[in-house]
Design a protein around this ligand. Structure first.
Ligand SMILES: [Zn+2]
Length: 152
C-alpha cells in the first residue's frame, strides 16, 4: 500500500489519510531538503501545496501530488482517485501519530473512557504511543460517511 508524506500545510489531509488507513507522515518543522530526502528514502508520495517543492520533487524522480486548492474534499478526491483506499483499513491508524492501533478488550478500558461510552460501545482500539483509546462513536460515524462520500 502506498505511503505518503504530507507537507506542513496539509495537517488535515494527513489526518484524513490516516483515518482511511494510509501510512502518512506529516512534515512538521522540516526544511524542503529534509522533506525531499525523507520522501526519497522512505519511498513516500509527497503531498504538497508548494509549487516549488513539487517541481523539485519531480526533478529528483520523487512521486508527488500538487494540491493547490486548500479544499479538503477536493484534495482528498484528488489523492484517492490515484490511490484508492482499502475499505478494511478504515480507522486502522492513530490520527495523531500514524501508528497502527490495536483492538483491546472492553474490560481494559473501564474507567479510562466516559461511562456512557463504556455502556454503549463493545469494541475499543488503542494507540500505545499516544495512550489514546478509540471507539466507534458519533465522530467515527461522521468520518465513515465522509470517507464514503469522497470515494463516490
Ligand atoms: Zn498515536
Amino acid at each position: 500500500m502506498v505511503r505518503f508524506l504530507a507537507d506542513e500545510m496539509l495537517g488535515t489531509v494527513a489526518k484524513w489519510l490516516r483515518i482511511l488507513g494510509f501510512d502518512t507522515e506529516y512534515a512538521r518543522d522540516m526544511e524542503d531538503d529534509e522533506i525531499l530526502s525523507k520522501a526519497e528514502e522512505e519511498d513516500r508520495v509527497l503531498l504538497t501545496r508548494d509549487t516549488e517543492l513539487f517541481d523539485r520533487a519531480k526533478k529528483r524522480g520523487i512521486s508527488a501530488i500538487y494540491l493547490p486548492h486548500a479544499e479538503l474534499d477536493r484534495d482528498m478526491k484528488e489523492i484517492i482517485s490515484v490511490y484508492p483506499p482499502e475499505k478494511e483499513r478504515f480507522m486502522s491508524r492513530c490520527t495523531l501519530c500514524n501508528s497502527e492501533i490495536v483492538e483491546i478488550s472492553k474490560k481494559d478500558v473501564r474507567g479510562r473512557v466516559p461511562e456512557g461510552v463504556y455502556e454503549r460501545q463493545d469494541r475499543f482500539w488503542y494507540c500505545e504511543r499516544c495512550d489514546k483509546i478509540y471507539w466507534e462513536g458519533s465522530h467515527w460515524e461522521m468520518m465513515r460517511s465522509f470517507a464514503e462520500e469522497i470515494q463516490e
